[in-house]
Design a protein around this ligand. Structure first.
Ligand code: MSP
Length: 555
């Protein structure tokens, strides 16, 4: 089989950076795991803009609203389907507003433009002869909205007796016999294997290997069903020219990535130049859909597969999988410090392995790093006790040289100078935890430097004020550089700190953190004003909020 793919070469606009989150099921309210997929994508796009401020970013997210799961959830909530979907979809929008997920496009699979795109795509698959009708008999998991091969199921004894579950997800499967439309997935095995040889196409590499092994071990690589009888799944997009069949929710959902780019209006797509996407961010549970099915669907419709899939692992809660039945689902707005949650998610998790959430961990990290290491240093260096005129003081060369001769200064400056390059590398590898580790390490050195130099003693001696200026300058310069670097991780906190230092908006890009003040040749550092007023970056949290609240209430 020959595949010709369409890549637009005509220069209409500069190519944008196109990044996506998965679209979220509306069968339940958002939780911490959903938020994680979204903040990972958001941090990636913010870093892209930080490094490349002129870059046009398309950052899409939204909600996946069709299918049995949603049908059942709306019935349980006793609400009309569209109203139910709109309510949960709004919860996601609110979540993204609260956690600074700065998407440019919000898509719902119930949008008319999306339905049109799905039908058009379906017709393309039919036209290219990748769809045929057949009798399907097999196991189906409503929870995963996926057909599960017999070999991927196992028996489990529950209160209701023996049931079959999917080995991969642990969700129950039901025997299903129906007439479906099938997609010729089997025709794409070699093409997928070729595509999966592309260096770095799935990151981290562990997940790329998983997919390669999955294909290598699949001696039987069957076609897949891409429709369900409308009698069973009525809340779905209908198969064109066949009212009795609904389009499989995963095919419907994946096409959202095309809808965002203007599909099926090819002129619009040509002018936007967004296809193929630069990054799809996905969780490991949906890797197969994105790394096997989606590229195969795209190849069948003659479109390029995505440039890269960034796959993350999962969050557990107090050591257990998050689940409704265990009652441990964490709603992001209910945690003790919502404003620190985004920081913790990006600071704690590695992409390759699962991370564990606990309230204690959140509080400890927020207090020790945001309130103490970063916030407290900023308050001290800008506060009235040491800095009564509210200044970003000048650098005095003679005092600077003297200051550098001290070990604590040399350690700080050495590490700070290397910090941007180190962090750039970590961001590029999507290792946010390493970015934060490196920044926090520098901030520890800055705190040590501050303690060692005892600026409060110098403050008392007018003849030492130039030395004091240098200490304040180096501390504020450290804070400026760290804040610029942290913008993708904690956007509004970093902004608050940069505002305090009166750093203009057009001086907050990556290039502005690459050289500390004392390395900028020929630059004259005059005293500048900083914003007046007491500075509090992050209010410490007390673990037993109720007790504290009670104490205050009873006086
Ligand atoms: N609707 C599909 C995606 C379709 S995209 C074309 C879906 N939705 S979901 O709401 O179930 O999941 C959305 C994202 O949340 C996925 O990336 C998933 O991995 C992520 N998470 C759900 N639970 C999670 C954790 N416990 N931890 C981290 N992320 C997890 O799948």
């Amino acid at each position: 089989m020959r595949l010709s793919v369409r890549l637009f070469s005509s220069v209409v606009q500069k190519r944008p950076f196109y990044i996506t989150t998965p679209i979220f099921y509306v069968n339940a309210a958002p939780h911490l795991g959903h938020l994680y997929s979204a903040v990972v994508a958001d941090a990636i796009q913010r870093f892209e803009k930080l490094v490349n401020p002129d870059c046009r970013v398309i950052f899409s997210t939204g909600t996946d609203e069709h299918g049995t799961k949603v049908q059942q959830a709306a019935a349980k909530a006793n609400l009309p389907l569209q109203e139910y979907c709109s309510n949960i979809s709004k919860e996601y929008r609110d979540l993204f507003r609260d956690f600074e997920v700065g998407y440019t496009d919000y898509i719902r699979t119930t949008d008319d433009k999306h339905k049109k795109a799905v039908k058009y795509f379906w017709r393309k698959l039919v036209k290219n002869d990748y769809i045929y009708k057949a009798k399907y008999a097999g196991w189906y998991s409503v929870n995963d909205e996926a057909f599960v091969p017999e070999t991927h199921t196992k028996d489990e004894i529950t209160k209701e007796g023996k049931v079959k579950v999917s080995i991969e997800s642990g969700h129950r499967v039901e025997w299903t016999e129906e007439t479906n439309y099938m997609f010729r997935l089997s025709a794409f095995k070699t093409h997928l294997q070729e595509w999966l040889k592309t260096d770095g196409v799935i990151q981290p590499s562990k997940f790329q290997k998983q997919l390669q092994e999955f294909l290598a071990n699949s001696t039987y690589f069957p076609d897949i069903s891409v429709s369900r009888p409308s009698s069973r799944v009525h809340w779905a997009i209908q198969v064109p020219d066949d009212e009795e069949q609904s389009i499989y929710v995963w095919l419907d959902a994946l096409i959202n990535y095309l809808t965002v780019t203007g599909y099926p209006d090819e002129d619009l797509m040509k002018s936007r130049r967004a296809w193929p996407p630069d990054v799809h961010v996905v969780g490991k549970d949906i890797l197969k859909f994105h790394g096997i099915y989606w590229p195969a669907f795209l190849m069948a419709a003659r479109w390029h597969p995505p440039r890269k899939i960034v796959c993350h692992s999962h969050w557990t809660v107090d050591g257990s999988k998050m689940s409704k039945s265990l009652g441990n689902v964490v709603a992001p707005s209910s945690v003790p410090a919502p404003s620190a949650l985004r920081y913790m998610l990006l600071r704690e998790a590695t992409m390759a392995d699962d991370a564990n959430y606990s309230e204690t961990k959140l509080i400890n990290i927020a207090n020790s790093e945001l309130a103490d290491t970063l916030g407290n240093l900023a308050s001290r260096a800008t506060g009235a006790a040491l800095n009564p005129r509210g200044e970003f003081p000048a650098l005095h060369p003679h005092e600077l040289t003297a200051c550098i001769s001290r070990q604590a200064t040399a350690d700080l400056l050495d590490r700070l100078e290397r910090l941007p390059e180190i962090c750039h590398q970590h961001y590029t590898n999507y290792q946010f935890y390493k970015v934060v580790d490196s920044v926090i390490h520098v901030l520890h050195l800055a705190n040590l430097f501050f303690e060692t130099m005892r600026p409060w003693d110098l403050k008392k001696k007018p003849e030492c004020h130039k030395e004091l200026d240098v200490i304040l300058h180096l501390t504020l310069e450290t804070l400026r550089i760290c804040s610029i670097i942290l913008q993708p991780i904690i956007p509004s906190m970093a902004c608050k700190l940069l505002d305090k230092l009166q750093i203009p908006n057009d001086a907050r890009h990556w290039e502005h953190c690459m050289k500390p003040s004392w390395r900028v040749e020929g630059a004259i550092f005059e005293t500048k004003n900083i914003q007046s007023g007491k500075f509090l970056l992050f209010q410490r949290i007390y673990s037993d909020k109720k007790k504290i609240h009670k104490k205050t209430a009873s006086g």
